[in-house]
Design a protein around this ligand. Structure first.
Ligand code: GAR
Length: 206
């Protein structure tokens, strides 16, 4: 392990292609990180399998076994703190985080969302984009704040929207870009190359 190796946690709920892109970037593209923990709120998330296949600790934390959201989030906080991670990456984690969770890791939580925020936050952003008739969409990596997909924007990628698109086609085109964009954003965060000023994220000049 090199001296510049950082630890990250990845929170997931589903198939985990973004997790896969992060693992691939670590293994093949020199992303200086190890994944200390993959945490899911869904038992059958395929992302858990992907993590296990790579020898990464994969934990399913069952929301039903906690008395409420705060208790659940506290359990996540405790588990993540026990790993001393430098960054928490939400990768298709479909659960709103409490203020307690967000304040436990200031400027250390990032998310990827399949639209050009601030357009189309929340659920089904690709469907929202098609219904709105936009000619371009894309994906956004942003710091997580207490709103829904509303935190400071780190990086974005743009893709065209074609007349022939349906939700699946547009989602696939955006997803390809997500897999490139997320490792880039993670690298910038880990290497401390970002400055946050209000809502604005700037890359440090060298
Ligand atoms: C990705 O498209 C990600 O941007 C989106 O869920 C998908 C997860 O795919 N996240 C959100 O919509 C969060 N608001 P994956 O499990 O294959 O990485």
């Amino acid at each position: 392990m090199g001296s510049q190796e950082f630890k990250i946690a990845v929170l997931v709920s589903g198939r985990g292609t973004n997790l896969q892109a992060i693992m691939d970037a670590i293994e093949h593209a020199g992303l200086p990180a190890t994944i200390a923990l993959v945490l899911s709120n869904k038992k059958d998330a395929y992302a858990l399998k992907r993590a296990e296949n790579h020898g990464i600790e994969a934990v399913f934390l069952d929301p039903k076994s906690f008395s409420g959201k705060l208790e659940y989030d506290q359990a996540m906080i405790d588990l993540i703190k026990s790993k001393s991670v430098d960054l928490i990456c939400l990768a298709g984690f479909m659960r709103i985080l409490s203020g307690e969770f967000i304040h436990a890791f200031p400027e250390k939580i990032i998310n990827i969302h399949p639209s050009l925020l601030p357009a189309f936050p929340g659920l089904h952003p690709q469907k929202q984009a098609l219904e709105c008739g936009v000619k371009f969409s894309g994906c956004t990596v942003h710091f997580v704040d207490e709103g829904v997909d509303s935190g400071p924007i780190i990086l974005q990628s743009v893709v065209p929207v074609y007349d022939s698109d349906d939700e699946e086609k547009l989602s696939g085109r955006i997803l390809e870009q997500e897999h490139i964009l997320y490792p880039k954003a993670i690298r910038l965060c880990l290497l401390n190359q970002l400055t946050l000023s209000g809502k604005k994220v700037m890359q440090k000049k060298h």
